[in-house]
Design a protein around this ligand. Structure first.
Ligand SMILES: *Cc1c(COP(=O)(O)O)cnc(C)c1O
Length: 233
């Protein structure tokens, strides 16, 4: 484990290598630095290394941390994405803190986000899909995703930008590849339906141990925490 700046450089390099391997433009992949459980000071050191996009998985933690980061980084354009489960009673706060929500896994949550966000601006969202079909994981079943998206498409306060997944944990990162392929294929299927107001420009997939594989399979947003900030307790 190096310093945050060293880790940033090596992750960016790895993303570039994965892009070259798969004939993609490195500009098409954005790194979401997952700062959950980590203090504002570490976020600031990533910011000093040029990282401006951060991911948090809990609204309460983000609400406490974001002002601290802002206080230490006057004038910086920092973006925060919500990547974890969202409870209904946190939606109102979430639409103010985050510029994208990756973890929308029900029509009712999309409706609630839309109601709250429409007072501010349309909120970009990703639809979380449980490609591995694991009982303990969040996300819509792949077979129910199209129907859910058709319903969400009419909500004025949210803009559907793509799909997100957290695949089953495998010791070998290659084990995640079929799940990434499945998410990319599902996005392609949805794109071809040309549902009004629905874009499939973003694929949020890949974490510390498998982001290179995810990039090879088309990820546009990789969510990397421990490889950047160190392991969490
Ligand atoms: C914590 C978290 C990550 C980052 O995990 P690492 O393995 O530390 O990179 C990515 N996505 C989600 C949804 C998370 O909760």
């Amino acid at each position: 484990m190096g310093t945050v700046s060293e880790n940033l450089l090596s992750i960016r390099k790895q993303i570039q290598v994965a892009c070259e391997k798969s004939g993609r433009n490195a500009q098409s992949v954005r790194l979401v630095a997952v700062s959950k459980t980590k203090p504002a000071a570490l976020v600031l050191s990533a910011l000093a290394g040029g990282q401006t996009l951060f991911g948090e998985n809990r609204v309460q933690e983000a609400r406490d941390k974001i002002p601290l980061v802002q206080a230490g980084a006057a004038g910086s354009e920092i973006q925060w994405h919500l990547i974890g489960p969202l409870q209904r009673n946190k939606v109102k706060v979430a639409v103010k803190l985050f510029s994208m929500v990756h973890s929308v896994d029900s029509v009712s949550l999309a409706q609630e986000l839309s109601n709250r966000a429409s007072l501010i601006r349309p909120l970009p969202i990703l639809i979380q899909v449980n490609v591995g079909g694991e009982l303990q994981k969040n996300g819509l079943p792949p077979g129910g995703t199209v129907e859910a998206i058709r319903q969400m498409a009419s909500f004025e306060g949210v803009k559907i930008k793509g799909l997100m997944t957290v695949p089953p944990i495998t010791s070998d990162p290659q084990g995640a590849r079929p799940y990434f392929k499945e998410l990319a294929a599902l996005a392609e299927t949805i794109k071809e339906l040309h549902i009004d107001g629905v874009e499939m420009a973003e694929l949020s997939m890949g974490m510390s141990h498998d982001y290179s594989v995810a990039v090879e399979e088309g990820a546009t947003l990789v969510r990397v925490g421990s490889a950047l900030f160190g392991s969490r307790d």
